[in-house]
Ligand binder design. Structure first.
Ligand code: ADP
Length: 485
């Protein structure tokens, strides 16, 4: 590999099953490429259903003693894993930028964010409380919480580290075992995490990583195997719906973190500079490839022109390029197909009358880059109003009244993140309560952290990750009735 790590043993290319680094049964591998350069970074073992089944069997075995440990002992291991992530922050960030493309400063930030879930759930795992219910004279009714069982996780490429830790940390903290299929675009970050987990003392079998070029083979086993009691997924709504259907036969619990169509609603009374800055970060972070990215900027007519002018001027200052170069502010898009999909949405909007304020083209930098784009004269009948853009394109819609803004925000099947800029206290409450989203950022778009419940409503998913609520997804509630007192 052309990039150097301080600790090259963090670059793993085999699967990690039952505490062993192994090739797939068939010896098959797949290429992992740097999206900025097209360079092949590694050939990674590709596993299928049989290896997945072995990982699940090992998880079941490992879980028996893990769940019997005091919560503090599990917590100690997660804490060590957290410390190892911090110590190896630079290497984890380089690996992430190399395989995913985001600028190094974003990768470093994601490693910290990812590690924060280890620390948070190391602590929260010690606070799994039961309940004693009002009872009659001859009986006592008690509620206890128990680990849900073996968990299967499937994660995307846009956050190759944090989307894993916010599933793995709560699962392990409460006594579950977990098998993971990372995205084929970004398996190296997942495998490096497994290496650090092993060093932290995670027992064999408790956390297996199953890289694969055949997602449906691994996913098919995960969703049909009766030993798996829960599936947690982050990815597209289409695949999420398919996995929910597949889980129906064995009635598995599911947590789904799916697509979004986030509005940033900017009212006339907003602080213009803050609204522009917040919208810029939300829209263009990770080159627009996050599920909580601003998808639609909804701006009130009185502030519209000033907003567009400032916003567009700032976008023109971006420095697109290879994320490994420190001067890069915005990296590539993950694949050529993703670039083509983004451009198709822009072209369709322009065809229907949209104005390109800046960008609107494939970049001269190469086939994985798209020019940061701002569009005006956009309308609700254009595909980029209804569909997730997942790229560096900002359509700026105009609205007149508060009611209109709420109706536009809700005119989507999605309901993950939303953002509102206003200085009117009554409006803060009316709009926050009136829009159907799992998360609302008021005068703030950087809303994610380990202490908040991240998740969506409608077709954006079910369940919450992070916070005290994030444990619930990995716990069963059991009622015990003691009679005959
Ligand atoms: P994206 O479009 O962002 O790549 P996907 O939903 O396709 O989102 O991918 C998210 C994760 O789901 C990845 O790990 C991918 O390999 C996995 N995946 C895709 N299709 C399937 C499937 N049929 N079964 C199981 N996992 C799948």
């Amino acid at each position: 590999m052309s990039i150097q790590l301080k600790d090259n043993s963090l670059l793993k290319t085999q699967a990690y099953i039952d505490g062993q680094w192994v090739d797939g049964d068939t010896g098959a591998t797949f290429e992992v490429r740097n999206p900025a350069t097209g360079e092949v970074l590694a050939n990674v073992a590709s596993v299928g259903a049989d290896e997945t089944k072995r990982a699940i069997d090992a998880a079941e075995k490992a879980m028996a003693s893990w769940k019997a440990l005091p919560a503090k002992s599990r917590s100690d291991i997660l804490e060590r894993w957290y410390n190892l992530m911090l110590e190896n922050q630079d290497d984890l960030a380089i690996l992430m930028t190399a395989e995913q493309g985001k600028p190094l400063f974003e990768s470093r930030g994601e490693v910290m964010y990812g590690a924060s879930f280890m620390k948070w759930f190391a602590e929260e795992g010690k606070r799994v409380y039961g309940d004693v219910l009002p009872s009659t004279a001859d009986r006592r009714s008690i509620v206890i919480k128990q680990p849900v069982g073996v968990v299967a996780a499937i994660t995307p490429w846009n956050f190759p580290n944090a989307m894993i830790t916010r599933k793995v940390a709560p699962a392990l903290a409460v006594g579950c075992a977990i098998v993971l299929k990372p995205a084929a675009e970004t398996p190296l970050s997942a495998l490096a995490l497994a290496e650090l987990g092993e060093r932290a003392g995670v027992p064999a079998g408790l956390f297996s990583v199953l890289p694969s070029a055949n997602a449906s083979a691994v996913g098919g086993e995960m969703t049909s195997n009766p030993t798996v009691k829960k599936l947690t997924f982050t990815g597209s709504t289409g695949v999420g719906k398919l996995l929910i259907k597949q889980c129906a036969d064995t009635v598995k619990r599911t947590s789904m973190e799916l697509g979004g169509n986030a509005p940033v609603i900017v009212f006339d009374d907003a602080d213009l500079d803050k609204a522009v800055a917040g919208a810029l970060t939300s829209k263009y972070r990770n080159s627009g490839q996050t599920c909580i990215c601003a998808n639609r900027l909804l701006v009130q007519d009185g502030i519209y022109d000033a907003f567009v002018e400032k916003f567009t001027a700032a976008v023109k200052e971006f420095r697109i390029g290879n994320g490994l170069e420190e001067s890069t502010t915005h990296g590539p898009v993950i694949t050529e197909k993703a670039v083509a999909d983004i451009h198709a949405k822009v072209a369709a909007a322009v065809e229907q009358g949209a104005t390109v304020e800046t960008g609107g083209q494939l970049s001269e930098l190469g086939s994985h880059f798209y020019e940061p784009t701002v569009l005006t004269n956009v309308t609700a009948d254009m595909p980029l109003f209804k569909e997730e853009i997942f790229g560096p394109v900002a359509p700026v819609f105009k609205f007149g009244t508060e009611e209109e803004a709420i109706a536009m925000a809700n005119d989507t099947e999605f309901g993950l993140a939303s953002y509102v800029y206003t200085n009117d206290l009554g409006r803060v409450w009316r709009v926050s309560e009136g829009i159907d989203y799992g998360m609302v950022g008021v005068n703030e778009t950087a809303i994610s952290s380990e202490i908040i419940p991240f998740g969506g409503v409608k077709e954006s998913g079910q369940g919450r990750e992070g916070s005290k609520y994030g444990l619930d997804d990995y716990l069963e509630t059991k009622y015990i009735c003691i009679g005959g007192l």
